[in-house]
Design a protein around this ligand. Structure first.
Ligand code: G16
Length: 562
């Protein structure tokens, strides 16, 4: 269809950016007054009812990103993950399925905050110039959303943005965040010699189900796994996934699946609740038994933590958490063992990536086995650090993580699998590594894929949760949220482990920490919630509690006096 002549003029006048179409569409998406948006730890995140303009504008940026990447498919996920139900957010996904390149984040922040269309166009033009974007290149954006009531409106805003800039939009519908990441990578590798998988939701389930069945071989399920779905989209994906997996392979009992109950999402349940409260989801004490394997997804199913009871549910101490640190230990050990058995230990360098939140006990355990690096909070940081290893195991303590196999590691493993030689131990280890490559969602942390990975390792080792728990001892620890008038006053360095501002606060924290045996504490502003986070650990539980509370008090006082 030919464009009206005035629009054609606008296209030419701005070197290809259809400003008239965008201005016209943008009228329906005015920026709300008095709100400052930030592209933070995991995209933009705030109350869902103020995000339409941001979704519209980030759709424009995503289209430019696709053009910049030669027309490859990029992704947009509407979710606020672990946050409460009224929050929502947007995460942008790059063509290989990983998070948006960090040098584009400031443009997202500036575009979201532009007060007028002229300001918005100025941001877009700067980006186009800085990254030499050819606007004639076509753009394709796949988008999806979680179960939040505000999500459908935000999806409409994305569609309006894509239509205005002339990009092709593909609606993935209701998906988990990792499913959207999978789709992006699957689309972009579809016609390569090594496709990641069929670019459909069904393709995702089939890939995981097939790999899981190969990885458990003939070891049938012995006891069921109980999954807390956080009353979120994970409930749907788990239910759909089960259609592709015989019950004999894995018996799953899904709880907290009320996706239509107002206010239920992440409320008293989900991975964040279990990790931060170090307790069962509310009500679980009546529904679960001692020794049972339990796990929790978060609201968009990109995180998972495991746990079990080693006594009666009424005793608080019987709750035992198997968090992201423990998943990293379980998986790194298993992969190291397979690599040794496969006879490729000299060729494959395995490493682990953690953040400052990793328990000192886990860092000590892992460092004795593999190189360990620490990055700032946010999977985008861990992911990039993990890419420097042949096999990079990265997990945040909160359960967000995955394992990356470099292209050369994948080729080496698969190239050594022989179809003719008998299945000796090294061949079976190579086959199992190959199964894990397929089972693990290598684009981002994925609760479903990580759950299957943990189940494979436990099953292959014949381990109950208590055995896994016995690998090392955690130092008592606590994570507190401190609400302050302006969290931007708190800035950090050294992978979040030291405060730069407010002036002098880090020195006061250091003085305090020095008084406690194996004490450690750090403070950082959250990138997803309006709070400052305080982490503390120490050898003795009571001392750790005291340290955490005293550091929190220092934070409150510093914020007041600023
Ligand atoms: C997001 C990020 C995680 C991060 C978490 C908390 O998780 O993807 O990497 O650990 O936020 O971040 P912060 O402490 O800055 O609030 P999710 O699951 O909410 O997307």
């Amino acid at each position: 269809m030919a464009l009206p002549s005035n629009i054609d003029f606008a296209v030419r006048a701005t070197d290809g950016l259809p400003t008239l179409l965008i201005s016209e569409a943008s009228k329906s998406y005015p920026k709300p007054d008095g709100i400052k948006f930030t592209y933070g730890t995991a995209g933009v995140r705030t109350k869902g009812d103020v995000l339409e303009s941001t979704c519209f504008r980030l759709a424009l940026i995503s289209a430019l990103r696709s053009k910049r990447m030669g027309g490859k498919v990029v992704g947009m996920m509407v979710t606020a993950s672990h946050n409460p139900e009224p929050d929502n957010g947007l995460k942008a996904v790059d063509p290989r399925g990983e998070m948006l390149a960090s040098n584009w984040e400031p443009y997202c922040t500036e575009a979201a905050n532009a007060l007028t269309d002229e300001e918005l166009f100025a941001v877009l033009q700067r980006l186009i110039k800085a990254d030499s974007i050819n606007l004639q290149t076509p753009a394709v954006v796949v988008y999806a959303h979680d179960t939040r009531p505000s999500s459908p409106k935000l999806v409409k805003a994305i569609e309006a943005g894509l239509a205005a800039i002339g990009a092709e939009g593909r609606n993935g519908g209701l998906l988990t965040t990792p499913q959207l990441h999978y789709l992006v990578k699957a689309y972009n590798t579809q016609s390569t010699p090594d496709p990641y998988g069929e670019p459909t939701e069904e393709g995702y389930y089939k890939k995981l189900a097939d790999a899981f069945q190969r990885a458990i071989a003939d070891k049938p399920a012995t006891s069921p796994l109980t999954v807390d779905c956080a009353n979120g989209v994970g409930a749907i994906s788990l239910q759909r996934f089960q259609k592709y997996l015989p019950a004999s392979a894995l018996q799953v009992r899904a709880l907290r699946t009320s996706i239509d109950t107002a206010g239920a999402l992440n409320n008293g349940c989900g991975a964040d609740h279990v990790k931060t409260k170090q307790a069962l989801p509310s009500g679980f004490e009546k529904e679960v038994a001692e020794g049972e394997r339990l796990c929790s997804f978060d609201g968009d199913a990109d995180r998972i933590v495991y746990y079990y009871l080693n006594g009666h549910a009424s005793q608080k101490e019987s709750f035992r958490l198997l968090d992201g640190d423990r998943i990293a230990a379980l998986v790194a050990d298993y992969i190291s063992e397979l690599v040794k058995r496969a006879g490729i230990a000299d060729e494959i360098k395995i490493g682990c990536v953690q953040t400052a939140y990793a328990n000192g006990g886990s860092t000590k355990y892992l460092s004795q086995r593999v190189p360990v690096v620490c990055t700032s909070t946010g999977v985008k940081h861990l992911h990039h650090a993990a890419e420097s290893f042949d096999v990079g195991v990265y997990f945040e303590a909160n359960g967000h993580g995955t394992v990356l196999f470099s292209d050369s590691a994948q080729s080496l493993i698969r190239g050594k699998i022989s179809s003719s030689s008998p299945q000796g131990d090294s061949q079976s280890a190579l086959s199992q590594l190959s199964n894990l490559i397929d089972l693990i969602n290598q684009t981002v942390g994925d609760a479903l894929s990580d759950m299957l990975l943990v189940e494979v390792v436990l099953r292959q080792r014949d381990w109950e949760p208590a055995h896994w728990d016995s690998l090392y001892t955690d130092l008592p620890n606590k994570l507190l949220k401190v609400i302050v008038p302006d969290r931007a006053l708190f800035t950090t360095t050294d992978a979040d482990r030291k405060l730069v501002t407010p002036d002098g606060l880090q020195q006061e924290i250091d003085k305090l920490v020095g008084k406690y045996l194996e004490g450690r504490s750090f403070v950082r502003p959250s990138g997803t919630e309006d709070c400052v986070r305080v982490y503390a650990e120490a050898r003795i539980q009571q001392e750790m509690e005291e340290l955490a509370n005293k550091v929190a008090k220092l934070v409150t006082d510093a914020a007041k006096n600023a």
